[in-house]
Ligand binder design. Structure first.
Ligand SMILES: NC(=O)C1=CN([C@@H]2O[C@H](COP(=O)(O)OP(=O)(O)OC[C@H]3O[C@@H](n4cnc5c(N)ncnc54)[C@H](OP(=O)(O)O)[C@@H]3O)[C@@H](O)[C@H]2O)C=CC1
Ligand SMILES: Cc1cn([C@H]2C[C@H](O)[C@@H](COP(=O)(O)OP(=O)(O)O[C@H]3O[C@@H](C)C(=O)[C@@H](O)[C@H]3O)O2)c(=O)[nH]c1=O
Length: 276
């Protein structure tokens, strides 16, 4: 099986490379090798390598910054996946694209189903939704996996921010009224690999970690674990805030738990990486 991985240097991209089956031939293309917004290059690249499967791990993920960079966010999160979906279609490759819980407005109080109404609150969520819609429009064989609150040992994420702030500050102030499910990027990579192996039915899937919590709960967990492992010298004070009290540029969903229908046996525990 020949697999083209785009956005190979991101959190998901790197975790995917770590566990890709040995017998698969992987073409790991980071931003420098393949810019997914370059329509002609995407077309020629896919034609040249003829992958059986394309996994798109490339995205614009800076949620607040997207508000002032809507054009570039749209190019990467909507035009890019569209280019890949078209190229996959032309070359008979199965296409796996990743989307987000931020396509929802968070007004629900029960886990979001794949069939629930979307209503993104900010530019990032809107561009990710456009990406989903464009892919589904041009390619009947696309699999879209919505996930949430991704963290890993790679790149930037909430866990790393908390560890950094815990070393710099004596008090951390964290929102306690946004509820979701932290997802280890390695588990997500594993899930995608299982779907590919199972030759799944195309369509929209939800996948996230099992634990439901607020960002405040997540911060508490990270800080206590890090302290236990001597990764931070002292325990900072943790104070719970409401979203109104936190100076964010864009509103996040209050509740974005995804109803996880994909069942895979997870072999990597979600906090394992912190021990490395
Ligand atoms: N992070 C999260 O909390 C969540 C992420 N998701 C989704 O999961 C997927 C993976 O996210 P994650 O691994 O965290 O993302 P990262 O931000 O860690 O990685 C994204 C990668 O995409 C690359 N990239 C950006 N623009 C382009 C481009 N034009 N062409 C090719 N590559 C590009 C970046 O490279 P460079 O830095 O060099 O530009 C980076 O390596 C994304 O679709 C994201 O929307 C969903 C829910 C939560
Ligand atoms: C750093 C920090 C953040 N926060 C809040 C802001 C925000 O509401 C929440 C999470 O902050 P972040 O900016 O790290 O997370 P954010 O960028 O909103 O994370 C999102 O990223 C995109 C890519 C997704 O797809 C989503 O699933 C989700 O993971 O915590 C605090 O309350 N205190 C703090 O010190």
């Amino acid at each position: 099986m020949k697999v083209l991985l785009t956005g190979a240097n991101g959190q998901l991209g790197r975790c995917f490379q770590d566990i890709v089956p040995n017998e698969w031939q992987l073409i790991a293309a980071d931003h420098d090798v393949l810019d997914i917004t370059n329509t002609e290059h995407v077309e020629s690249f896919v034609k040249q390598y003829q992958p059986d499967v394309i996994v798109n791990a490339a995205a614009y993920t800076a949620v607040d910054k997207a508000e002032s960079e809507a054009v570039i966010a749209r190019k990467i999160n909507a035009q890019g996946p569209y280019n890949l979906a078209v190229a996959a279609n032309k070359n008979n490759a199965r296409f796996y694209h990743i989307s987000t819980d931020y396509v929802f407005d968070g007004e629900k109080t029960k886990p979001y189903l794949t069939t629930d109404q979307t209503n993104p609150l900010g530019v990032y969520g809107k561009t990710k939704l456009q990406g989903e819609q464009l892919c589904l429009k041009v390619n009947p064989n696309v699999t879209i996996i919505r996930t949430a609150w991704v963290f890993s040992q790679y790149g930037n994420n909430f866990v790393k921010t908390m560890l950094r702030l815990a070393k710099e500050r004596s008090e951390l102030k964290i929102v306690n009224d946004q509820i979701g499910c932290p997802t280890y990027a390695g588990d997500l990579a594993y899930c995608i690999i299982q779907l590919i192996k199972q030759n799944n039915i195309p369509g929209i899937y939800h996948y996230c970690g099992d634990e439901v919590m607020s960002w405040f709960d997540f911060a508490k967990l990270i800080i206590s674990k890090a302290y236990e492992l001597n990764m931070i010298p002292k325990l900072p004070k943790l104070s719970a805030l409401s979203s109104y009290e936190y100076p964010a540029l864009v509103k996040r969903p209050a509740y974005s738990v995804l109803d996880k229908k994909i069942s895979v046996t997870i072999i990597i525990y979600q906090v394992n990486w912190i021990i490395r």
